[in-house]
Design a protein around this ligand. Sequence first.
Ligand code: FES
Length: 104
Amino acid sequence: MSHYDLHLFFCCNRRSDTGGNWSCAASGAEALYLYAKDRLKALDPHKSKRIRINSSGCLGHCDDGPSLVIYPEGVWYRYHNEQDIDDIIAQHILSGKIVERLLM
Ligand code: FES
């Protein structure tokens, strides 16, 4: 049994070798990870679900990211801006609907 209803992992990996390798942090993942934490607190102040958001190292989808994965479903998203994060929180996290346009 999981401790959480939903557990999100945001890749915040930053590569030091930029020789053609892309990394999520280079595209703003760290700021959007912090934005997601703040937005979730604001949108679900009473914690209707047990939700955990963590930053992570490389998740292995570098070319498709910035990437995040939500368990227990194992749904993978790419995102690029605050609107994408807002949609993931409002639709997936709070309403249980997959955000098709952001799926990997
Ligand atoms: S650097 Fe983010 S998935 Fe690899």
